[in-house]
Design a protein around this ligand. Structure first.
Ligand code: NFS
Ligand code: SF4
Length: 658
């Protein structure tokens, strides 16, 4: 049982590091934090003991200044008359709106960059993947043959911009979904219009005195989330593939051991790839390397934290220093010259942690500053110069590293990442016959039972990474192919589960045969959190390939967010459910104060979308739930026969198109 860690009663640290984190590097750094007297989120989790029950249940309303109001059995309504259902649903809509806004604003940034590049004003940026551009143009019926890539990119960028500011008609990107699913959205009245409009409408409807019907509010939550998954996030992934290249499998390493003992260590942390792309190139620049050597170092090590890490990992093989809960631990190594942050999931504690060492924390976004960090807004028009200037500043800081304060953990694991849908298709069928057929066939034959997306954050509430890792092992053992993004993917990387060899040993016999025949690992790292849209893209390919139903809700596929913490994760969960994919959460939403809202999300949604949320605090229980859902879908498809067991011969391999 992956139990929530009870808060310690004692203000002095009494817990053991190995009870809070799994991997050797994190244990070592948490121990070092205690010695160095540095506070981390694990300690702060304790000082935040007795978290507010009203907040946890979602029954605290501070939407107007007659309040704040809290709902109790004795006070069942706020001053305005709002009951628990209304208050809980309004709070929930706002969470989804915030998550959608975060992903989509990131998407907007990339779309505007694509537009600048198309207009010849992109500075150091280029169209890196013309094939991806032309493919995307065709998806949106934009003429592309006999036209320059810039002209096509401009039309596409303009269409993407209009996805943000559409007023009434539905998002154009919705049509990338299976036809049947588009019909579900139309019939339920939840086809999103402009992304910005959906978020604004969420704020309007949850303002004091507007929408009070919890069902109406929750439908809008799902509608808003679709503007994320089939809007902001989807265009973010498409635009970044065009600008920086569509990911294909790359080898790299993960965990704090990737930091260099003798190199200038620069970490990028956050979510947007625009700056980190330039840093990835600049860090290999011979001039920069020479300057690092002149400063007494062996060179520059660039590594990432959180989803910026995932972005440059899947395109450049840049190593991953860690996931969300390792951002403070990375500084505690004492070996980081500069931690460059952009937006999202950046803890405001970083400058304080950095005070104990020589690390300079730099914020590069005008919209994301922290007191105590150096604000050096990234100049996109002179991106390469900005990237070089940052690296030079980090090199200059190398002399301030205090060897007595440095401990770099040894732990790091090899990995393979970068499984875009195009890459998976290619691996399945080769250049000329790229297709999902072999995957569909394997699912139909029962060698693969189903597809599971394990996504989301880590959370100091529970032992970091432990649920994600236990669940992943359990599911590949039960013949499920596991798709991963975000911090959950990094957790698997640190556990060595992204190496084809190690993971294959853990896979069930049917699944292992398929992996070996096709040459794919059982756990596929598909990218950052906005790349959860790639999971929907993959599921759509499965539907289009045929034989596994006409709608996403028929495919034996499940999403799991074991250790989630952010509002973005809530938006993701909602767009999965609204797309027909059941979602299992490791811990519940802050909706427990309303039975109606909870029932709507966990049950009624089944009737509306063919999928709903489920809560399983234990990894084993989650694995059972996943299999129950997958088997139910297989039963409905009439494919739940037992797979006959046999080894592949040449004829079978040919049938698999390998
Ligand atoms: Ni997703 Fe990625 Fe990590 Fe969670 Fe934060 S970095 S966007 S929100 S914590 S997975
Ligand atoms: Fe209280 Fe109603 Fe105001 Fe909320 S909107 S704070 S429930 S009076």
């Amino acid at each position: 049982m992956n139990q929530e860690i009870p808060p310690s009663k004692d203000p002095v640290r009494t817990w053991k590091s190995e009870d809070r984190v799994c991997d050797a590097a994190s244990i070592e750094m948490l121990n070092k934090a205690a010695v160095d007297c540095v506070d981390t989120c694990y300690g702060r989790m304790d000082t935040q003991r007795n978290q507010c029950t009203f907040g946890k249940n979602g029954v605290c309303c501070r939407l107007c200044y007659m309040g704040p109001c809290r709902i109790t059995p004795k006070a069942p309504r706020g001053v305005c008359g709002a009951d628990a259902d209304t208050i809980v649903a309004r709070n929930y809509v706002r969470e989804v709106a915030s998550g959608t806004a975060a992903h989509s604003d990131h998407g907007r940034h990339l779309v505007l960059l694509l537009k600048k590049v198309a207009e010849g004003k992109g500075g150091s940026y280029r169209i890196a993947d013309e094939q991806a551009l032309r493919y995307a143009a065709r998806l949106y019926d934009i003429a592309e043959s006999d036209r320059t890539k810039e002209a096509v990119a401009l039309d596409l960028a303009n269409l993407f911009v209009s996805e943000f500011n559409r007023q009434e008609d539905p998002l154009a990107t919705l049509k990338l979904a299976p036809i049947r699913r588009q019909g579900v959205w139309r019939n339920r009245g939840i086809q999103p219009s402009g992304i910005d409009r959906m978020v604004v409408e969420s704020l309007h409807r949850t303002h004091m005195g507007v929408d009070h019907d919890y069902r109406n509010l929750l439908l809008h939550a799902f509608r808003t989330s679709l503007a994320d998954g089939w809007g902001g996030s989807r265009v973010a992934s498409i635009a970044s593939d065009i600008l920086f290249g569509t990911p294909s499998p790359v080898r790299s390493r993960a965990n704090l051991g990737v930091l260099g003992t003798k190199t200038v260590n620069v970490l990028v942390h956050g979510h947007e790839p625009a700056l980190s792309e330039m840093l990835a190139i600049a860090s290999r620049d011979l001039e920069i390397v020479a300057e690092a050597k002149a400063a007494g170092a062996d060179g520059v090590t660039l590594a990432g934290i959180c989803c910026t890490a995932n972005e440059i990992l899947i395109r450049h093989g840049i190593p991953v220093a860690g996931n969300f809960l390792q951002q403070e631990l990375a500084i505690i190594t004492g070996a980081v010259e500069m931690l460059i942050t952009d937006v999202q999931c950046v803890m405001p504690s970083l400058p304080e942690v950095a005070q104990a060492y020589h690390t300079e924390v730099v914020s590069t976004s005008e919209i994301a500053k922290t007191i105590g960090s150096t604000s050096l807004p990234f100049d996109e028009a002179h991106a390469m110069d900005s990237a070089r200037a940052l690296l030079r500043r980090a090199i200059a800081n190398f002399k301030n590293r205090n060897p007595r304060k440095v401990t770099i953990p040894k732990a790091s694991q090899p990995l393979v990442a970068g499984f875009s849908v195009a890459a998976i298709k290619y691996m399945l069928g080769g250049t000329f016959r790229a297709s999902f057929r072999p995957l569909n066939d394997a699912i139909i034959q029962g060698r693969i039972k189903g597809i599971v997306g394990i996504v989301g954050c880590s959370n100091p509430r529970t032992k970091t990474d432990s649920y994600v890792n236990a669940l992943t092992r359990e599911l590949i053992q039960r013949d499920c192919i596991v798709l991963k993004t975000g911090c959950a993917a990094i957790a698997s990387a640190k556990a060595g589960m992204l190496t084809p060899e190690a993971a294959l040993e853990a896979a069930g016999p049917g699944f292992r045969e398929v992996c070996e025949a096709i040459g794919i690992p059982p756990v596929l790292h598909m990218g950052s959190c906005v790349d959860n849209s790639r999971l929907l893209e993959a599921a759509t390919e499965v539907v289009l390939e045929g034989g596994l139903g006409d709608d996403l809700s028929e495919v034996p596929a499940v999403g799991v967010a074991p250790e989630w913490m952010s509002e973005k994760a809530i938006a993701i969960g909602c767009y999965f459910v609204a797309s027909g994919v059941d979602v299992i959460l490791g811990h519940p939403f802050h909706t427990g104060g309303s039975e109606n809202v909870t029932r709507f999300l966990n049950q009624d949604a089944q009737e509306l979308f063919g999928a709903s949320f489920h809560v399983c605090p234990d990894a084993k229980e989650a694995a059972d739930k996943v299999m129950e859902i997958i088997n139910r879908k297989r039963e409905k498809l009439g494919i739940n026969r037992k797979a006959e067991r046999k080894l592949y011969d040449m004829k079978d391999r040919r049938a698999l198109n390998v």
